[in-house]
Design a protein around this ligand. Structure first.
Ligand code: SAH
Length: 216
């Protein structure tokens, strides 16, 4: 599949919709305008839906997040060029690509082997050189810590303490918190064990699952 003029047109409309919905970070809007979202639909039959503001099944019972959710989480992360970012829940890799367009170095963890394999194929081919890991996001990536920012793209019943431990001072964690529904939450690390918390409305994510599989 290619990135055609029609896709660029659809992206421009999507960017306008993101503005209407309250996204103001020009860099985020620029990234949404650049990343060819239709190429992240593993099943090309549905690629024309890629620029509607909807979540979508990408196989293995998982979804690619709404563009608005991706835009908002990216805006809340306040990405600076060169930021080292940990992402939990690689999924399709779309959010990963948006963060890379923002100039971040992205380390992303996925617990579903199928998705990990597909996305590991896909992203480099599109020029996105992210560091992808198959593993359990609850553990984070202690060997690569600390991170400037951490983004969780699945619904977490509670804040995983290991992730907080891997955040730099002044770093930001963006995490949807809750079981059936989640409250988008940010925590800024203001001291060794001090955080400033803010909430940004209700969302629905697939759950962040605990891993019982061996080796994860
Ligand atoms: N950022 C993705 C959203 C994918 S949906 C995108 O833009 O497409 C959330 C993903 O989190 C799913 O792929 C799911 O398998 C993954 N996930 C759930 N629990 C996890 C865990 N404990 N560790 C890592 N990934 C997890």
């Amino acid at each position: 599949m290619e990135d055609l003029l029609k896709h660029k047109g659809l992206r421009k409309k999507l960017v306008d919709r993101m503005k209407e919905k309250g996204i103001i970070d020009e860099n985020v809007l620029g990234a949404i305008g650049k990343v060819p979202r239709h190429l992240f639909y593993f099943d090309s039959t549905f690629a024309d839906k890629a620029y509607d503001d909807i979540a979508f099944q990408i196989g293995d019972g998982q979804t690619i997040s709404h563009p608005y959710t991706v835009a908002l989480q990216s805006q809340l992360l306040d990405v600076k060029k060169g930021d080292k970012i940990l992402e939990i829940g690689t999924g399709s890799g779309y959010q990963t690509a948006v963060l890379m367009e923002l100039g971040a170095k992205v380390f992303s963890v996925e617990r579903q082997k199928n998705l990990y394999d597909k996305t590991k194929q896909l992203l480099p081919g599109m020029g996105y050189d992210a560091k992808l890991f198959y593993g359990d996001g609850y553990k984070g990536l202690p060997h690569y810590a600390p991170f400037d920012k951490i983004i969780v793209t699945c619904g977490a019943p509670e804040i995983p303490s290991s992730l907080l431990g891997q955040l730099k001072l002044s770093g930001v964690l963006v995490i949807p918190l809750g079981n059936k529904e989640q409250i988008m939450t940010t925590l800024v690390k203001t001291g060794e064990n001090e955080y400033h918390k803010e909430e940004f409305g209700e969302f629905r994510f697939v759950p962040m699952l605990q891993d019982k599989a061996k080796g994860l």
